[in-house]
Ligand binder design. Structure first.
Ligand code: 13P
Length: 368
């Protein structure tokens, strides 16, 4: 195994304040997002959309790697140039999603186990020959009444670790993605407990299965309250002169005022407890946060902690980079340029967030 090459690739993926763009939605997921916006759910529409992304001018200044899906890695631009060549020519490293999806876990109602280990060695060899230099596998952990179970956390961690070693054997850097989902009414604290348990178990398994930590990237969730958490409208003490008042913040005010720093603190604490210093980079998924909040929270983590952390804190967003562009494109050729501008804007905002230089004014002026 060429561990030096793995280390170099992993380091390059998080170098120069860049991050990853996940464009590896499976066909059903991509179709679902298209359907919501009235975009035809066809192979050609998916190809055209991915062409829009990979030909976005300036993308390589902020994006180090893109994660492709099996259909996409085999596709070409309209002029016949393979996507992999277009991506590489833009100075971006191509990667590939290799799990085959999260399926209901037997004996564990409400929980999922990610599949895709069978035949993985052969598939990795093929993807490597096609030009992929890293891969991604996503495990999903739901939070709810009595879940996650130990069985679910352990089975998913074991699969992530087996995938990790197979990737490294094939010369591909594994992006290890154990995602604690935002769905549900759980609190920030509960998300923190679950995320910590998931990370500890994942790294226990990664070590047992001999994954070279220096040659991998971790792709975790940020520690966040569930989407329907009743604490969203939290009470805050406000001083006016000598008087103390209790003010109930609206969801949006809370998000913007205090949630950003709190999320940054709790997330970094959780990562410091669970992620070995040998890992070169942590690239967050966005998980359903708005693009602006995902950037603001990443920014707060880097602003407050960057100089004291052993690993780079980067991004590997799908929705938080793509969604505004998709909503502009709507499948229309005439909208391609405007959609590309929206895409590169989000990429720039996130590069700024890696530097702790993101601010709300960038959103108003569209600069970055
Ligand atoms: P989101 O950023 O939309 O959560 O997607 C990241 C990803 O790659 C999911 O596997």
């Amino acid at each position: 195994m060429n561990t030096q090459r793995l280390r170099d690739t992993a380091r390059t993926l998080v170098a120069d304040d860049k991050g990853l763009l996940a464009m590896d939605e499976s066909n059903p997921t991509c179709n679902k997002r298209f359907a919501k916006l009235g975009i035809p759910q066809t192979v050609e529409a998916r190809r055209a959309y991915r062409e829009l992304i990979v030909t976005t001018p300036g993308l390589g200044e902020c994006i180090s790697g893109v994660i492709l899906y099996d259909e996409t890695i085999r596709q070409q631009k309209k002029d016949g140039t393979p996507f992999v060549k277009a991506i590489t020519d833009a100075g971006i490293i191509p990667g590939i999603k290799v799990d085959t999806g999260a399926k209901d876990m037997a004996g564990h109602p409400g929980e999922k186990i990610t599949e895709g280990l069978d035949g993985l060695r052969e598939r990795l060899k093929e993807y490597s020959q096609m030009g992929a230099r890293f891969a991604k596998w996503r495990a999903v952990i739901a939070v709810g009444d009595g879940i996650p179970s130990r069985g679910c956390i352990e089975a998913n961690a074991h699969a992530l670790a087996r995938y990790g070693t197979l990737c490294q054997e094939a010369g591909l850097v594994p992006i290890v993605e154990p995602e604690v989902l935002m769905d549900g009414g759980h609190t920030l604290e509960r998300c923190g407990e679950v995320t910590e348990a998931v990370l500890r178990t994942a790294f226990h398994q990664l070590n047992s299965q001999r994954v070279v930590l220096e040659g991998m990237i971790l792709k975790p969730n940020m520690v966040l309250p569930g989407l329907t958490c009743p604490l969203q409208g939290k009470v805050k003490e406000v001083a006016v002169g000598e008087q103390q008042y209790q003010v109930r913040l609206t969801d949006r005010q809370q998000d913007e005022l205090e949630d950003v720093d709190e999320v940054a603190d709790v997330t970094v604490r959780c990562l410091l407890r669970g992620v070995p210093a040998a890992v070169p980079g942590i690239a967050f998924l966005s998980g359903g946060q708005s693009p602006e909040l995902a950037s603001a929270r990443l920014n707060a983590m880097n602003l407050r902690f960057k100089s004291r952390l052993p690993w780079a804190l980067a991004f590997s967003f799908a929705r938080a980079i793509q969604q505004p562009a998709l909503e502009i494109w709507l499948g229309k050729e005439a909208h391609v340029l405007a959609a590309q501008q929206a895409l590169v804007h989000r990429a720039r905002c996130n590069r700024a967030a890696r530097r702790g230089e993101y601010n709300a004014a960038m959103e108003r002026t569209g600069t970055g």
